[in-house]
Design a protein around this ligand. Structure first.
Ligand SMILES: [Zn+2]
Length: 256
């Protein structure tokens, strides 16, 4: 099983990395992708990949960390990607967050950073890990400007129609804690109907606690419960679900 999105360099994990990774492995997690959020944590994320077999990194500039990015950040990212180790398998976390960016100037900066990162993903033939909040149409417009770019829209929460649009743009959908909430009817129905060959599993830990675990930090081991719920929604065998979604993640990220 693969957790395709976990911020494993964040607290509380950084207090007890080996224990959290062991707990994930015990429930069947074999691989995990740790996206970064700004230049300041690229080294920490790359260090995780060196310390633990099975952990991979994404290097990127997250839209919610705008204040840490400068006009040199994209150039620095390109330099880091050129020098990337094999365990760096993606650009990201990149994207748009119009809940956070509520003024035009911030939206424009987010768009420019996303556009630059899509260009880098295309240029270096890497998948891109995308974040989108209240910005689906704009994100789609930017992604479509780079035909052939591949990646994942993480923490998908949308309708079946929106899911299809992302899939048509060449993206996988990252399925996480949202679908564990009964009230997330629209997204649950979408996941039930959308083709399994475009879905990957994730936790977004330490964020996005699953239903029944609110108030506690989410952990990568919880991807096992996400698998239970998604198998139930798709009325398919859990082993089949895990094999297929892991295969999707392996094809997209090209783990060596
Ligand atoms: Zn994230």
């Amino acid at each position: 099983m693969i957790d395709t999105h976990c911020h494993f360099d964040f607290p509380p994990f950084n207090q007890a990395l080996a224990q959290y990774w062991q707990a994930a492995r015990e429930v069947g997690v074999t691989r995990m992708v740790v996206p970064s959020v700004s230049e300041q944590n690229w080294q920490a994320v790359l260090a995780l990949t060196e310390r633990f077999a099975g952990i991979y990194a994404g290097l990127g500039l997250h839209p919610c960390f705008l204040e840490t990015h400068t006009e040199n950040s994209l150039a620095a990212l390109e330099k880091a990607l050129v020098a990337r180790p094999l365990d760096c398998v993606a650009v990201g976390e990149a994207g748009l967050d119009y809940f956070v960016a509520n003024v035009p100037e911030m939206k424009q900066r987010q768009q420019a950073l996303l556009d630059g990162q899509l260009w880098l993903a295309h240029r270096y033939d890497l998948p891109i890990i995308l974040h989108s909040c209240q910005s689906h149409n704009e994100l789609l417009r930017l992604v479509k400007a780079y035909p052939g770019v591949r990646g994942v829209l993480h923490a998908f929460s949308g309708s079946e129609q929106q899911g299809k649009q992302f899939i048509d743009a060449g993206l996988m959908l990252g399925v996480g804690g949202t679908v564990t909430y009964e009230r997330a009817n629209k997204t649950r129905q979408a996941i039930a109907r959308l083709p399994l060959e475009h879905l990957v599993l994730e936790t977004d830990a330490p964020d996005m606690p699953l239903a029944g675990f609110q108030g506690k930090p989410n952990t990568p081991a919880q991807v096992s419960r996400v698998a239970d719920v998604v198998a139930g929604l798709k009325s398919c065998d859990r082993d089949h679900l895990v094999t297929e979604t892991s295969g999707n993640a392996e094809r997209m990220f090209g783990f060596h």
